[in-house]
Write a protein that binds this ligand. Structure first.
Ligand SMILES: Nc1nc2c(c(=O)[nH]1)N[C@H]1C(S)=C(S)[C@@H](COP(=O)(O)OP(=O)(O)OC[C@H]3O[C@@H](n4cnc5c(=O)[nH]c(N)nc54)[C@H](O)[C@@H]3O)O[C@H]1N2
Ligand SMILES: Nc1nc2c(c(=O)[nH]1)N[C@H]1C(S)=C(S)[C@@H](COP(=O)(O)OP(=O)(O)OC[C@H]3O[C@@H](n4cnc5c(=O)[nH]c(N)nc54)[C@H](O)[C@@H]3O)O[C@H]1N2
Ligand SMILES: [Mo]
Length: 661
């Protein structure tokens, strides 16, 4: 009998969908569908996950352990691979200290066990360097926490109740498509939809108003809104008195940002700033969907702080459908220490910022990085300053192990490549950063070939290293029980048994998180302090120090891609091979539509194909992040954000010239 299994999409995406897997008699998956009974998935999947079975059954899937030989890779056995890797790691630890070993991972899977479970235990026990996982959201996380004290926001379903929706650095149709039906609902009932994005994305093209600020200038725009709201007395005094702190310093700061000055700094006309401020303060409920595009720039962390305080200024949090959503992840208050076991470290080990990976491999000393273990990530493609990263990965004295599903750029550089399962083939527990459902997924399929889960691989490596601590014998279910063992009221009553029968369980959260204050800050108040919110233009921007590279490059995400994960799909690669540029900039350089161009700056050059149109304004160019091989990250820098130590992918100055085919 054909049957259906329930799984959870593990891709790094706010939507964390509940997936129905249709299986034939032989246990082979024949179709994936969105779970119609799931509160947020609501019965549909994005196009790329609908086709995910292509990936699962792809002929290029890694099925066996491989080891490098002088002439390429050859197949080896798990026993040989694990023994050799353990012996090599031990030798490096003996000679250089265990901090010469660096794990590199990000959110290839959002599962707790395979994302930050047995691996963390293993590296903690080993005394390896720790990785500061900043590549995506740390600046925004820091800014949000400055304002609210935690990473919570409105329930995404409540966007349906909004009358004004602002998508701020949020290309909802591409990276958060399950929010869209709720926005459509709201608009059907008359809601106004505003998009703030330097790029005319698909989402922006469908808005009532599209405001295109200069890249990285959002802090100035937010302060301009505060200026108008306070000047015109549109604030919610009662909410401010009861639930906020720091209004006086915010008022003082915002006084320096009248709309005319904001126009100069952001490129948004003063009248549009005035209009948006008035609409935002007077149309209730008003909801802001802030996404991470804003914080991939030099002033990004502070910009998020300034934007996240707006709903407290107007009292928007009081209403269903009012407030702000950047992340819901703070609600998943599981027992991480029990999962990751930082207490296993022999002493607190050094922390290496993954956004400075190129420097870590080429400049770091005492000790230098001598071994690298990569999983759930493809740093050869996704990390900034790609040429430096590749220089580091090419070091012959650097021992490299990569655990992967496919032969990525990073896997190609490895000494050992170990085949990993996909989310359809292992057990995991999933948090989300765009909704409040905790999900359990059991394997729907048997692992292909000799593929193993990250959990199994690190469990086996721990045994080979002679680690006898009982936690290395934990089963998947032991680890899940440890995670759920938490005093947090959000997880009250959520057990493995309940997850087993319900698959997806809502956390116990008040539907309106800050209607009556209750912020996570030390004093429980929303932090409005403007002391650190002065805006200065990013170094790599049109207003920075003089630069020979006049164009601002944004390399944002695409609907059919998932960072580099689908880089082997030809249609995804074809899209990522394009550079959007404005007709004015194209004409000035004698570039025709469809022509091959070289995009370059002091860090490197990459060839793309020109697509001329109105997706960008003059002075801005855009490409999709990120394709396999040499890509836009040749151009991006290792400069970090103002707070949170994040990367500044979207402050990147370049120039473009025609080149011959
Ligand atoms: N389909 C798809 N879904 C994805 C991903 C994917 O690659 N493809 N990636 C996943 C990941 S890793 C993440 S982190 C999430 C979140 O991903 P998002 O942060 O939502 O995605 P981005 O495309 O990086 O940025 C969102 C928008 O911000 C805009 N932006 C860039 N610079 C600025 C700026 O200075 N100011 C303003 N106001 N806007 C700016 C970009 O043009 C873009 O349209 O999405 C996840 N979901
Ligand atoms: N220029 C530019 N660069 C960017 C960005 C940008 O917008 N512009 N976005 C940045 C952001 S927000 C992020 S989050 C990073 C993302 O960068 P990465 O975290 O590297 O994400 P992916 O490129 O999706 O690669 C994830 C890899 O994990 C593998 N994987 C998936 N599941 C498993 C598993 O269970 N086990 C193992 N071992 N492997 C698995 C997949 O096969 C895939 O190759 O990229 C960043 N880089
Ligand atoms: Mo990300």
């Amino acid at each position: 009998m054909p049957k259906t299994a329930i799984s959870t999409c593990a891709l790094d995406c706010p939507d964390a969908c509940s997936v129905l897997v249709q299986l034939d008699e032989a246990g082979r998956a024949t179709r994936l569908r969105g779970n119609p009974n799931h509160a947020f998935t609501q019965g549909f999947l994005c196009a790329k996950v609908t086709r995910y079975l292509d990936r699962v059954y792809h002929p290029d899937r890694l099925l066996h352990p491989l080891r490098r030989t002088p002439s390429g890779f050859e197949r080896t056995t798990w026993d040989e691979a694990l023994d050799s890797i353990a012996a090599r790691l031990r030798r490096i630890a003996d000679n250089y200290g265990a901090e010469a070993i660096l794990p590199y991972s990000y959110a290839g899977t959002m599962g707790y066990l395979n994302g930050s479970g047995m691996d963390r235990r293993f590296f903690h026990r080993l005394g390896a360097s720790r990785l500061d996982r900043t590549i995506c959201s740390s600046a925004g996380g820091a800014g949000l926490t400055e304002a609210l004290g935690n990473r919570l926001g409105i329930d995404p379903r409540d966007f349906a109740h909004s009358r004004l929706i602002i998508a701020w650095g949020a290309n909802i149709l591409a990276t958060n498509v399950h929010l869209w039906p709720f926005i459509v609902d709201a608009r059907r009932r008359g809601a106004r939809f505003v998009v703030i994005d330097p790029i005319r994305t698909k989402t922006a093209a469908l808005a009532d108003v599209h405001l295109a600020p200069h890249p990285g200038s959002d802090l100035a725009l937010a302060l301009g809104l505060v200026h108008v709201i306070l000047r015109d007395n549109l604030q919610d005094r009662d909410y401010l008195d009861r639930y906020t702190a720091g209004l006086a310093s915010l008022a003082e700061r915002a006084a320096g940002y009248p709309p005319e000055r904001v126009e100069q700094l952001t490129g948004i006309p003063a009248a549009a700033v005035e209009q948006l401020a008035r609409d935002y303060a007077t149309i209730q409920p008003a909801a802001i969907r802030l996404n991470y595009g804003v914080q991939r720039s030099e002033r990004g962390g502070r910009a998020v702080h300034a934007i996240a305080l707006l709903p407290a200024l107007t009292g928007a949090w009081r209403h269903q459908g009012g407030g702000l959503l950047l992340s819901t992840s703070g609600a998943f208050a599981v027992n991480r220490a029990a999962l990751e076991r930082p207490d296993l470290q022999p002493q607190p080990t050094r922390l290496i910022n993954m956004s400075e990976f190129g420097d870590a491999l080429t400049r770091l000393d005492s000790p230098p990085v001598k071994a690298l273990v990569v999983y759930n990530s493809n740093p050869a493609a996704i990390a900034p300053d790609q040429n430096r990263v590749r220089m580091g990965l090419a070091r012959p004295d650097l021992f490299k192990v990569v655990i992967e599903q496919f032969m990525t750029d990073t896997a190609l550089a490895a000494d050992y490549v170990l085949p990993a399962t996909t989310f359809l083939e292992h057990t995991d527990l999933y948090f989300a950063y765009g909704h409040y459902e905790l999900q359990l997924a059991r394997p729907a399929l048997a692992p292909p070939g000799e593929a193993r889960s990250n959990v199994e691989i690190f469990r086996a490596l721990a045994h080979r290293m002679g680690f006898t601590d009982p936690c290395f014998g934990d089963s998947d279910d032991d680890m899940i029980r440890a995670l759920l063992d938490t005093p947090s009221p959000y997880l009250d009553g959520i057990t493995l048994e309940r997850l087993e029968s319900e698959h997806s369980v809502p956390l116990n959260l008040p539907r309106l998180p800050f209607a009556d204050g209750g912020f996570g800050t030390p004093d429980g108040r929303c932090n409005l302090s403007g002391d650190l919110l002065e805006y200065t233009p990013p170094v790599e921007s049109r207003f920075g120090p003089a630069s020979p590279y006049p164009l601002e490059l944004i390399s944002n995400k695409t609907a059919d891609g998932m960072n580099s994960t689908f880089g082997n799909r030809p249609e995804v690669d074809a899209e990522a091979a394009l550079l959007d540029l404005h007709p004015t900039d194209a004409q000035a350089r004698q570039i025709a539509d469809g022509a091959l161009v070289e995009v370059f700056n002091g860090r490197g050059a990459v060839r793309l194909r020109a697509r001329i149109g109105d997706a960008v304004r003059p002075g801005v160019v855009r490409a999709s992040a990120v394709r396999w091989g040499a890509n836009v990250n040749v151009l991006t820098s290792q400069r970090l954000t103002d707070i949170g130590g994040g990367p500044t992918f979207y402050n990147c100055l370049v120039d473009v010239r025609p080149c011959t085919e």
